[in-house]
Design a binder for this molecule. Sequence first.
Ligand code: NIG
Ligand code: FE
Length: 417
Amino acid sequence: MPTQIITNIKQLVNVREQTHVLRGSELAELPVLGNAYLIIENGIIAGYGEMKDAPKAFPTGGGVEGAVLPAWCDSHTHLVFAGSRENEFVDKIKGMSYAAIAAKGGGILNSAKKLNETSEDELFNQAWMRLLEVSKLGTGAIEIKSGYGLSVQGELKMLRVIKKLKEKSSLTIKSTFLGAHTYPVEYKENHQGYIDLIINEMLPVIAKEKLADYIDVFCEQNFFSTEETETICKAGMQYGLKPKLHVNQLNSIGGIETGIKLNAVSLDHLETLSPAEINVLGNNPPLLKEVWMGLCTLLPTAAFFLRMPMQPARQLIDNGGAVALASDYNPGSSPGGNMNFVVALSCIQMKMLPEEAINAATLNGAYAMETGNNLGSITIGKKANLIFTKPIPSLAYLPYSFSTNLIDKVMIGGEFI
Ligand code: NIG
Ligand code: FE
């Protein structure tokens, strides 16, 4: 690939010599270069600076009227699923609760039924279309979970689809095993039986075929207890799968403590948090026995879609938390993966500053997938995954103008898609 030189960029956003996870007040600092240039070699960022310091030999014309920012790093999705669940959406409008729908075989079980009836090829095709859709919306890296199989064959089918997506796509993709998403009907009264299936039948194959990078559990009342979460995660960790967990979405049952004890890479959802838990997540020393360096991944579109109170982003950040933002793209609680809307909603409903939301959806999102050293900022040596916006008066215009598509072009690994 020839060297690419992009000149006269109006705003080059999230430019950093070195990076680390952004905590608390660091999230509000978003370094921007005005009238900048960017050099890309073999799909990797090789240089940048202000035009006034550009080498004389640089091409003069051209220019980028909008901003160039790192592509979104969407660190929590369930992008592989079969069909859709708009019938439940209507049930909810008529007054049924998420828990009530789940209890009558809807929800995750409904998606599992559909998935087990869908061929691997068809599942791949549906997921591929969604991946194309989100990449055009600026997503350059994405985590995808299993969890709609709930059978040995179904879970392996999902993970093999994710593996194929990794092979075929230029996006950076991370795979998470979420066999513990809910108990299948036949194991409703036999939790140990399903846990045994996960540990003895699923995990060994997943490890052998290298089908997952992480392990996840839906730690929630009527789903998986903290003890069950710990058992399953520890089994996964024996195969090198680190935990990234669904905790405190509907209830607070101790998932935060469990997640921190397991040294989870991220604790996700967090709609329901006590003040003490907010403090612990901010890594505030008097309350925390272990030092936890993980991320708090907030999924505001899920809270929005389920009409739940938003995650307390402001309190988490003000208490020192390392917040990341993700779409949770799934058929039940967030049937869309538009990270531009996630960023806007975070500002509108959670009172995050535009700078905080952009950092949380780029650099911290990358760290929530342990790809922070390769993605999420304009840094020499990182992959050139970039969003080129249309002309905008300022960066705050992105979340402000929440329903307008302001993306002009998207580059993944140095190539425009
Ligand atoms: O992250 N809460 C658990 N899992 C998904 C939703 C699953 C579904 O309803 O299909 C979530 O919101
Ligand atoms: Fe989720």
